[in-house]
Ligand binder design. Sequence first.
Ligand code: SF4
Length: 361
Amino acid sequence: MEKLPYRLQHLNSEKILAIQDNLIQWYEKNQRDLPWRRTNNPYYIWISEIMLQQTRVDTVIGYYNAFIEKFPRIEDLANADEDHVLKAWEGLGYYNRAKRLQQGARVIVEKYGGEMPKDYKKILDLPGIGPYTVGAITSIAFHQPIAAVDGNVMRVFSRVFHIKEDIMLDKTRKNMEKIGNLVISHKNPSYFNQGLMELGALICTPTSPKCVACPLYNLCEARRLNVQESLPLKTKKPKQKEIIMEMALVCRSEDMLITKRPKEGLLGGLWALPSTKKDSGLIDGESIRLELLENYGIRVSNMEYVLEKIHIFTHIKWKMKLYRFDLLKGKEIDYPEIQWVNKKQLENFALPTAFKKLIKT
Ligand code: SF4
């Protein structure tokens, strides 16, 4: 047995068995009917877990169904055009997740003949897959007793075992994984892990946990000590850095200009309005005018300020200022990374939410 990271003196094999039984029975009766729970296909479980990172279940359902309809097999995703994958991901945000999902599918096709490997280490080596996702895939699809510890599960563990460690620290997550691997049911690892996730989502919520409805009521140390509301310990995230971005709406009769963002960096490889970070030494609108000229050879006139919107990413906040320009007559633009599109054609491009906010208004 692996050495426990904390001195959990109140934990013994009898209590572990009770946690397993109560949790699994509760999950059997109370699980929500979600599309990815109707399958043991590791590829579908993988997609759902990547989509569910930082995104609400209600939002993911539609995307998940559409995605597996478009790319029903790992080979379909591996062979797809990246633009099509990003289009299917449009609106979910965190587009690097979609790119890495496709890179992972390509590795599986090249190295494992299109079959998801069953080995923990081989799955962990795939692009964009961390220990939580491996735990979810191996336990749900292959019934291996491997912990899947995300924020929800860390909250439940902090409370049930009364762990007063900062869950934002990597060290704490690793220790929680050790606990997860110790307490997981070997009879039904799939339902045990899913039960923990479901408990964190429905009952052991961040605020006002519904302890009276909880299957672990009599087994929970934090509840016994009445300190459940003060756990888990979590340091606050640093505030997002604000960046002023200038965006351009350049029109040619019914069409507007869109550009493909550089592959690397924020929203890389996605189509968007031309944009640039405002140079604090320049007057408003001048940074984007120069960007159009220097990067795309586009000359514009008649600048008009349109509106301002905020978009928040994980670490930064964009204050987006939109300017409308007229294209100077007689200038032909022939450049592969730019397109002129009307509103209807725009629907065929993966456009990040930040830019949709500007165009809709
Ligand atoms: S008893 Fe309350 S605090 Fe403990 S696991 Fe259940 S819901 Fe969470």
